[in-house]
Design a protein around this ligand. Structure first.
Ligand SMILES: NC(=O)C1=CN([C@@H]2O[C@H](COP(=O)(O)OP(=O)(O)OC[C@H]3O[C@@H](n4cnc5c(N)ncnc54)[C@H](OP(=O)(O)O)[C@@H]3O)[C@@H](O)[C@H]2O)[C@@H](O)CC1
Ligand SMILES: [K+]
Length: 563
């Protein structure tokens, strides 16, 4: 399980480890630098050639090579040149360690420092001195930095200590290097690309954003900002290095520190202190089926269809519910949409259902234990009655799309009737209509950190709505009213851009409904569905359309070892 921390939580863990005498800050910094160097050579193995140089011996200048993204061949095999950009804090300290370690491997290393050396914090100062014993440090000037060329750039300017937008003299030359293609070869960010808020994944500088990196190496646990919002775009690829802080079992002191921090952070990090990154082991273990059970053991999902010509979305949702293993699935359709549904449904049952009264009658059958409303439902006045009726029936309920938009001007009326067995699945626009104040905070220009994040907004929304909120996106955030929160990331090795296709959200709503019909609690159903949804897209690949998603579920379940 991967926990995503805030920068402050990470600092509390480090400080508690140091205070407990487990490790010193200097040791952590050395391990961090070693981890960065190891990650660089794992990412770009072609850099890991023996250059035949002794420590301290100058390597020949590199030949300028054609540059491209990671894994491309270098021009000169005889030498490597790195430019290490150090900032005024401990991130800079990590940079000095990396510079020294590369130099010891025979690299030609140029180090720039932003800020006066005498103001470096103690551990960074020690590593500055160690570096000074073998190399020079150039005072930062935007002009000089902007003219550099190297096989590898190292961004050690700011990490967890970034509090405000970096000055133009820092980001402008780096933007120039990027646009000229000079950092296209290899730009590695230590802990985070400079300018990125590690809690929110948002860049603090409105003009220059953050440093575009090809690889970001962080320590102990990734931070929330590495996985949400703009974070993944700036980070490039992600590696998390173990610096010996261990699990969370090494000290009561750390737990206390995190708990104290949690108390301080009123309104942020409610309930649980971390968000969890969705991974296969978090997918519900209850997806298998027993040989001696019958279909009603796995629930009966009801998906409400829109009217004539608008029924496809409900069928996509219903197919998702059936494929994920709901025992039975019924589409409830108004008279006008009966024929088109009947022509296209086979294993899924069909019931005519016009209006709230008929829904009430239908739901007298207690075996119908999960309801999905929204996909293609329409915005006619009587649709609201359907939503209210379904919620009064107190079934496991998923509200998506039109079922949410219905309440755009009266979100409070919806929140009053939502109950703890519900999941709502807004995308950005729907979220903004239901929670305009939270969306405003989320979208406000940010220049000082920590910035209000999608995790903060989703947690607050879940608390307000009184049910699970699944805030869609390539960085889907799922939160429960009690503060439980997870991030389902479709970034890095799970990048699935094909999911941005019409109807894909309808399938997701159906899969959640199917899982709730099977008896999963709302949080577990939403998390599991979000994970499987991305896996389906990855399994299919380019060319995906929404109809393909449910058909990938069997293969994904097999891969997850669920039978
Ligand atoms: N702790 C540990 O055990 C370990 C930590 N490790 C490493 O330490 C990093 C965190 O170090 P850190 O806390 O010193 O923060 P860092 O990012 O270097 O910046 C702080 C400095 O920047 C300044 N500053 C901030 N914003 C600014 C701006 N916009 N423009 C100008 N200045 C600005 C700020 O100045 P101030 O605002 O305080 O005046 C302060 O001087 C972490 O990311 C990881 O790499 C690893 O070695 C593993 C062990
Ligand atoms: K950095």
């Amino acid at each position: 399980m991967t926990e995503l921390l805030t920068a402050a939580q990470m600092r509390a863990i480090e400080q508690a480890a140091i205070a407990a005498g487990e490790v010193t800050g200097l040791e952590l910094m050395e391990r961090a630098g070693q981890g960065v160097v190891a990650a660089i050579f794992e990412q770009w193995p072609e850099l890991d050639a023996d250059l035949g140089c002794q420590a301290g011996e100058a390597a020949p200048r590199p030949q300028v090579s054609p540059r491209g993204i990671s894994g491309q061949k270098m021009g000169g095999e005889a030498s490597r040149r790195a430019v290490v950009l150090c900032g005024p804090g401990n991130n800079g300290g990590d940079g000095f360690v990396v510079a020294r370690l590369l130099k010891e491997r025979g690299w030609d290393v140029e180090v720039f420092l932003y800020g006066p050396p005498d103001r470096l914090p103690p551990d960074a100062k020690v590593n500055y001195e160690r570096w000074r014993a073998i190399g020079r440090v150039i005072e930062w000037t935007a002009q000089q930095v902007g003219e550099e060329a190297a096989d590898l750039f190292v961004d050690a300017i700011f990490g967890a200590g970034l509090k405000r937008a970096p000055a133009c003299e820092i980001l402008e030359p780096l933007t120039k290097l990027y646009t000229e293609g000079k950092t296209f070869a290899r730009m590695v960010a230590i802990d985070a690309p400079t300018g990125l808020c590690m809690d929110s994944g948002r860049a603090l500088c409105p003009e220059f954003g953050a440093v575009w990196s090809w690889l970001t190496v962080t320590f102990h646990r990734p931070r929330i900002g590495h996985f949400i919002d703009e974070g993944p775009s700036y980070c490039g690829a992600m590696r998390t290095v173990d610096i010996g802080l261990g699990g969370h079992d090494w000290g009561e002191a750390a737990r206390q520190a995190v708990a104290d921090l949690h108390r301080l952070e009123k309104g942020r990090g409610m309930g649980r202190v971390v968000a969890t990154l969705m991974s296969p082991e978090l997918v519900s273990p209850y997806l298998g089926k027993e040989t001696d059970e019958h279909k009603y053991t796995y629930g009966h999902a009801l998906v409400l269809s829109g009217g004539h010509g608008r029924s496809g979305a409900a069928r996509l949702a219903a197919r998702g519910a059936l494929r994920i293993g709901a025992g039975l699935v019924t589409v409830g359709a108004p008279r006008a949409a009966m024929i088109e549904n009947a022509c296209q449904l086979t294993a899924i049952m069909l019931r005519q259902m016009d209006g709230a009264d008929e829904l009430r009658t239908l739901l007298q059958d207690s075996r119908l234990n999960a309801v999905c409303l929204g996909p293609g439902l329409g915005l006619d006045a009587d649709r609201e009655g359907l939503v209210l009726e379904a919620l009064q029936a107190n079934r496991a309920t998923v509200l998506d799309a039109d079922a949410l938009t219905q309440f755009e001007d009266r979100a409070e009326a919806l929140f009053e009737v939502l109950h703890e067995n519900c999941v709502i699945t807004p995308h950005g626009g729907e979220f903004a209509r239901l929670f305009p104040d939270l969306a405003e905070k989320l979208n406000a220009p940010a220049t000082t950190g920590p910035v209000y994040s999608k995790v903060d907004a989703t947690r607050e929304a879940a608390k307000r709505a009184g049910c699970v909120v699944l805030f869609k996106g390539p960085d889907t955030v799922i939160a429960a009213p009690n503060g439980l929160c997870s991030v389902n990331s479709a970034h890095y090795d799970r990048s699935a851009p094909w999911l941005a296709t019409a109807g894909s959200g309808d399938v997701l709503a159906g899969v959640i409904t199917g899982l709730m019909a099977r008896g999963l609690d709302p949080m577990q159903a939403a998390e599991t569905a979000a994970y499987i949804h991305v896996e389906c897209a990855l399994n299919f690949g380019p060319g995906l359309i929404a109809e393909d998603l449910p058909e990938q579920i069997p293969a994904v379940l097999r891969k997850l070892d669920i039978f």
